[in-house]
Write a protein that binds this ligand. Structure first.
Ligand SMILES: [Zn+2]
Ligand SMILES: [Zn+2]
Length: 125
């Protein structure tokens, strides 16, 4: 239970990846992140419903459709976001790869060793 909470808290949300590009590397964790857009529609009258993400789940802001009062909805995946939908659509950041993370870690370790060696050399002189 505690471990689960810990894990959840430290998971990168890629907040610094801008929504203006389709794909970008996250400056916080190095993952290649793709912006995916979704639109929530009422299953009854098909009107667009304002929505948000809750623990990675897409949900409409209100329980019932303001147009017809139905509670059923469905989620549509958009290929491209257009400005008419931007107030309704939700952006989900999906990690495509974590490759650059590993490369960076190797370099940090090498640097560390190098620093230690330089220090030792300095002491023996
Ligand atoms: Zn990230
Ligand atoms: Zn409706």
């Amino acid at each position: 239970m505690i471990f689960e909470f810990f894990k959840h808290k430290h998971e990168c949300k890629h907040r610094n990846v801008g929504a203006e590009s389709d794909e970008a590397y996250c400056p916080d964790c190095g993952a290649l992140v793709r912006n995916k857009w979704y639109l929530v529609r009422c299953s009854c009258c098909n009107i667009k419903r304002k929505s948000h993400t809750e623990y990675d789940e897409i949900k409409p802001d209100t329980k019932f459709c303001p147009n017809c009062g139905a509670s059923d909805f469905h989620i549509e995946e958009l290929d491209k976001i257009n400005f008419i939908d931007i107030n309704y659509a939700v952006c989900k950041k999906v990690v495509i790869s974590h490759q650059s993370c590993n490369i960076r870690q190797i370099w940090v370790e090498k640097d560390d060793k190098l620093n230690k060696e330089t220090k030792l050399l300095g002491m023996s002189v």
